[in-house]
Write a protein that binds this ligand. Sequence first.
Ligand code: EPU
Length: 304
Amino acid sequence: MDGIPNGARLNEPLDKHTTFNIGGKARVWFEPKDAQDLAFALIRLRRENTPVFIIGAGSNVLIKDEGINGVVVCLSSKAFKKIDVENLLVSCGAGVKLMSLIKKTNEIGLGGLEFLSGIPGTVGGSLAMNAGITQTARNAECGMRSYNRSIGDLVEDVMVMDYCGNIKTFFKKDLCFGYRSSNLEKYIILGVHFKLFKKDKQKIKEDIRNYLCRRRKAYGAPGYSAGCIFKNPSVKKSAGWLIDSCGLKGRAVGGAVISAKHANFILNKGEACAADVLALMALIKKEVKDKFKLALKPEIKIWP
Ligand code: EPU
């Protein structure tokens, strides 16, 4: 690999960059200074076909023990962490942590993002996979109804870079957000405009507290995990409920264990490796398939 960007680090351990606390080493770890620095590196890396992976907060990824024979890019510099507000429009860099954005918009009395409270990702990562929650609401016609709410609902436009270093803007009409998916996944997200609404600051605070409390109640203390491991097969069928119904809470492989609190969480007790987690995932898939004839699909990204 000749095109190693200036300032990059070699053989970077990736466990410390993931909330799972798992992962081999990256051959190269790169934190570009700004978009131009990133574009310059991408052009060179593409010339030699070096694989490039973009990491956000490392909260939704399982990195295999063999590590990454390529470049892991992290948008953690100041240029990717700006937040600017103009009336109801909030411009936000991809590297901003969701919780920092929620805190900032609360301070100025803009609401809309509260339901994302407690999600440990960056704005870029959350947009790429359209992070969100399943919510249950009372419906006049059919009683209780479950539906997905996600970050994509609030987006006006997104600025991205392709892997050749070209910048492009996706306007609302060009954006496709699905359940834990978007058409942004093959780009590098640089920044976004959200359209929020005026809301009483105290009410925002109260709502944030309630969402955090609900999360804590459902999942317990975060520990080392990557959030929900599998997607829900439908809004009516929660992966957590399916895994729980197979009696798998507490089942362990090596240092990886299925949470006793929420069965769609795998916890690293401290010494788990990626192979333990993958073996546990395979076991879960088999049991759910045998009992419910349903094929669970991972929600987390598995690299490489
Ligand atoms: N349930 C069980 N046993 C369990 C887990 C859940 O019976 O071990 C039942 C619950 O009692 C509830 C239903 O399953 O009746 C749904 O559970 P929950 O409300 O926890 O929601 P979920 O569908 O499991 C989704 C998102 C979460 C998000 C919550 C917020 C997915 C895969 N998960 O979970 O997102 O925090 O809604 O309501 O869409 C994530 O993306 O990493 C994540 C954690």
